[in-house]
Ligand binder design. Structure first.
Ligand SMILES: CC(C)=CCC/C(C)=C/CC/C(C)=C/COP(=O)(O)OP(=O)(O)O
Ligand SMILES: [Zn+2]
Length: 397
């Protein structure tokens, strides 16, 4: 199973576990890297900790160009590929040239269904996950052409059609109802300033029914708590203003124990750490720190930022791109979520949760500092602000 597919577990009684051999193999790999790092002179250590910014940008631009001028490959994931690449480029402080930007906007426009929402490619059925990816991509590109290409009225109708009697949302017509669907629907509606009472009704009850005895949040009621769904559930509860209904102390306990001795996070109990959870778990920890900062004015660190940055830079980073763990290959999904997790770990939140975060501890040279994100949507902070202004003004007009 890949990191983006829902878990097939249907009961909390059944829990996935990594084998002892898999865990030993990973520890062996990671500790050899750290041992080597400790033995080399400080100058070489600094080189190992350097973010390979130019190589990452080259890898990402190549990925975008390979989609061709009309993105004509047969794949149901293209809005996601756009988002993973465009968001990574924005985190690295760069942007795409006019041709690539125009191709991306035109392609995403063609993915928009006549009744609202975005499919995985032109003519494909609209889906909440690809709608989230397309909207986040266009907000990341920013500017009038990208933002005005989103048909907000029709997206609203699509979101209402996806609303399920349980209070949650279906991923697509007749599709599965889960916490991912709740998050993608609420995140899109909130980012586009079209969130209302009808969309919110029952979402909090559904997400609450997915918080497990461990404290984390599962994809569906009765399933196993998982980092991907915990981020989705927590962020959605904050966006609908119902976060205090969750058992936050239990969720926090579960979350902090997901950081492994390797420095990275695991997605669930007794599984291997993986670079993408740097964001799903690290981002969820940042959301809780942000809640604390807003209520008491100071945020206690909920994870070891130094150790997480070390895992991302030494174990997930390759020469151009990031990977799950040593021994695996790079891909755009892991590149996006390792960079998002690295950014989340580098910044600190002020008391006013709406103001821009400030740089905190940056492992390696200071030039490793990425752009800050708005962790609720996983969009670069400034780009989200520009979109919020644009859509609020459109509502007022
Ligand atoms: C916004 C959006 C669409 C969010 C998706 C969230 C997300 C990543 C959910 C994870 C799904 C899941 C149970 C993966 C398990 O994969 P696995 O068994 O291969 O991995 P594991 O061993 O690490 O659990
Ligand atoms: Zn992963």
């Amino acid at each position: 199973m890949t990191c983006m597919e829902p878990s097939s577990s249907s009961s909390a009684e059944w829990k996935a576990t990594a084998s002892q051999e898999e865990q030993w193999a990973l520890e062996h790999h990671v500790f050899r890297i750290y041992q080597l790092f400790c033995k080399i002179p400080p100058k070489s250590q600094a080189v190992m900790l350097e973010l390979q910014r130019d190589n990452h940008i080259e890898y990402l631009m190549k990925g975008l160009r390979q989609l061709g001028p009309s993105f004509s490959v047969l794949d149901a994931n293209r809005p996601w590929i756009c988002y993973w690449i465009l968001h990574s480029i924005a985190l690295l402080g760069d942007c795409v040239d006019e041709d690539l930007e125009s191709n991306a906007i035109d392609f995403l426009r063609r993915c928009q269904d006549q009744h609202g929402g975005y499919g995985g490619g032109p003519g494909q059925m609209p889906h909440l996950a690809t709608t989230y990816a397309a909207v986040n991509s266009l907000i990341t590109l920013g500017g009038h052409k990208a933002l005005s290409s989103i048909n907000r009225g029709k997206i609203y109708s699509f979101l209402r059609r996806m609303k399920h009697t349980s209070g949650g949302f279906s991923m697509h017509d007749g599709g599965e109802v889960d916490v991912r669907a709740c998050y993608t629907a609420i995140s899109v509606a909130s980012a586009l300033s079209i969130l209302d009472k009808e969309l919110i009704l029952g979402v909090g009850d559904y997400i609450l029914s997915c918080q497990t005895y461990e404290g984390g949040i599962a994809g569906e009621p009765g399933s196993e708590a998982h980092g991907g769904y915990t981020f989705c559930g927590l962020a959605a509860m904050i966006l609908i203003n119902e976060v205090n209904r969750l058992d936050l102390p239990n969720l926090t306990d579960w979350l902090v124990f997901r950081q492994g001795v390797e420095g990275g996070f695991q997605g669930r109990t007794n599984k291997l750490v993986d670079g993408c959870y740097s964001f799903w778990q690290g981002g969820a920890a940042v959301l809780i720190q942000r809640l604390h900062a807003a209520s008491v004015g100071e945020a206690e660190d909920l994870f070891q930022s130094h150790a997480l940055q070390q895992y991302i830079l030494l174990c997930s980073q390759v020469e151009g791109g990031f990977r799950d763990k040593p021994g695996k290959s790079r891909d755009h999904y892991h590149t996006c979520y390792c960079l998002s997790g690295l950014s989340a770990a580098q910044f600190r939140w002020p008391k006013d949760a709406d103001s821009e975060p400030l740089p905190g501890f940056v492992l390696g040279p200071y030039s490793n500092l990425l752009e800050p994100i708005n962790p609720l949507y996983n969009i670069v902070f400034d780009r989200y602000d520009e979109a919020r202004e644009f859509f609020t003004e459109s509502n007022d007009a």
